[in-house]
Design a protein around this ligand. Structure first.
Ligand code: G3P
Length: 217
């Protein structure tokens, strides 16, 4: 499973990239607003920090403007991935941009038929929003399972990018369901390594090693 950071905070991205576990980044207009940064400048900086795909979302909602904005954003760096919403105009823009060689991440996906349309439109990634489905009492993980089954049935190349992830369990169950990518808030990503028994066990090992009076180097 690939790990993307779901943030436009370049300090957080730098920290995660240093660990060596970061395969890409996703942003969206809300995350860009939260960063307080110039959109195109922060995308350019992120593309310098991470070799993998960096999602930048168009603001337009009409086909022609979506394509124009997508081409503008794609010009920032080779690893820019254009995010378009799951609308008819977004799907049309996805087809044109992907046929032109641009990676496209179709976002705001909430059911399997939407994901099927995105794959047929040539999407590089589909972003089903797990957390927002859970928020309204539906089963976000069931959507990942449904998309996985459909994509495998027809050997679609589109990668399932599990999004709207809120917890370590979301990461685990998305991996079990066969998502290709999880885009994870930095705090959740950093927390994946933690377990109290690991900390407790390491403390005990170090205490006992100290009693040996030995050094390795
Ligand atoms: O990439 C989509 C993600 O940022 C949405 O997350 O928590 O706003 O549903 P959330």
């Amino acid at each position: 499973m690939k790990f993307f950071a779901d943030t436009a905070d370049t300090d957080e991205i730098r920290d995660l990239a240093d660990i060596g576990l970061l395969d890409g980044v996703t942003t969206n207009p809300s995350l860009v607003h939260k960063s307080g940064r110039d959109f195109k400048q922060v995308i350019a900086e992120i593309c310098e920090l991470v070799e993998g795909p960096v999602s930048a979302e168009v603001a337009a909602t009409e086909f022609d403007s979506m394509v124009a904005e997508g081409r503008e954003l794609a010009g920032i760096a080779d690893n820019v991935t254009i995010k378009v919403p799951l609308t008819w105009d977004g799907l049309k823009a996805c087809r044109v941009l992907s046929q032109g060689g641009t990676m496209v991440n179709v976002t705001l996906c909430f059911n399997a038929n939407q994901a099927l349309l995105a794959a047929k439109a040539g999407a590089t990634f589909i972003s089903p929003f797990i957390g927002r489905l859970d928020d309204i009492g539906l089963d976000g993980m069931e959507l990942i399972e449904e998309i996985r089954e459909i994509y495998d049935n027809y050997a679609f190349a589109t990668e399932i990018l599990a999004a709207s992830i809120r917890s370590a369990n979301h990461v685990k169950y998305a991996a079990m369901a066969g998502a290709d990518v999880a885009t994870v808030p930095p705090a959740v990503l950093k927390g994946l390594v933690k377990h109290p028994l690991t900390d407790k066990g390491l403390d005990a090992f170090l205490a006992d090693w100290g009693k040996t009076g030995q050094k390795i180097i």
